[in-house]
Design a protein around this ligand. Structure first.
Ligand SMILES: [Fe+2]
Ligand SMILES: [Fe+2]
Length: 255
């Protein structure tokens, strides 16, 4: 999950935890290579982008059903049963717009990326994960690490090869705490993880996590999350979604 780093909430702890120093180091070589291969940002779409409301194109990837079934427990944590299916639907659209990306990697990584929230101390999720310098909050490193453990637990039994599992964990590890993308697949997962916020369901859920009213949260999305998007397809979808959500939620009046 990603969002603004400095939003305070009523649950804010006085001193947000700092990284322990055990976090995985950033692979600058990979990050630099990806940046050099994609000098134009946001990365132009390779195909037309579907900007209709996301509920019109729910995930059609039935091959993911065994993976979904394997993590039902994990979807019960921190709104994952809303966040993950919507994010996967966005990930499918992003894969349609960037067909050179490995679709299976993007979709499985998106599905699993936040399952680690189910294996961290729930009381610390809002108190540490959504306040202060949240990107550096220890709970965020922990949910990434636990998500990798979930991936290694469920994927081999479903027939996924070790190399595939490693590609998934490389994306999950650092999906919140790393500032740079390593690959187009990594970039699409990151954008799917952000794109869902612009839908009305994302605004409803995420604004409450941050203790903000919808209008203030929508303003933050426009000012701070749109610029973080890596792909032009995500920017296009987010812009269309935000306009619809602002109109529907009457954020121009309810502020
Ligand atoms: Fe996350
Ligand atoms: Fe997420």
């Amino acid at each position: 999950m990603t969002d603004h780093p400095t939003i305070a909430s009523p649950e804010a702890s006085a001193t947000p935890p700092q990284p322990s120093g055990d976090e995985p180091a950033i692979d600058s070589e990979r990050a630099d290579a990806f940046a050099a291969a994609h000098p134009v940002r946001p990365i132009p779409a390779q195909r037309p982008v579907d900007t209709r409301p996301i509920c019109e194109t729910p995930s059609a990837s039935d091959f993911l059903n065994p993976v979904w079934k394997a993590v039902v427990e994990e979807t019960r944590a921190r709104g994952n049963d809303i966040h993950l299916p919507i994010s996967v639907a966005y990930a499918e659209r992003l894969c349609d717009a960037y067909p050179t990306a490995d679709r299976e990697v993007v979709l499985v990584a998106t599905l699993l990326h936040d399952t680690g929230w189910a294996h961290v101390d729930e009381s610390r999720i809002l108190s540490e994960g959504f306040t202060g310098d949240w990107r550096k909050a220890q709970i965020r490193y922990e949910h990434e690490h636990q998500g990798c453990i979930v991936a290694r637990r469920v994927l081999p039994g479903l027939g996924y090869a070790p190399e595939f599992v490693e590609r998934i964990t490389a994306i999950i590890e650092g999906h919140d705490t790393r500032h740079v993308a390593y690959s187009i697949e990594d970039a699409l997962v990151r954008d799917a993880d952000r794109a869902w916020r612009f839908d009305r369901a994302g605004i409803a859920l995420a604004s409450s996590w941050f203790g903000m009213d919808p209008a203030t949260y929508a303003d933050r999305l426009a000012a701070e999350i749109v610029p973080e998007l890596i792909t032009a397809a995500a920017v296009e979808m987010a812009t269309a979604d935000l306009a619809r959500s602002n109109a529907l939620l009457k954020t121009g009046v309810l502020r």
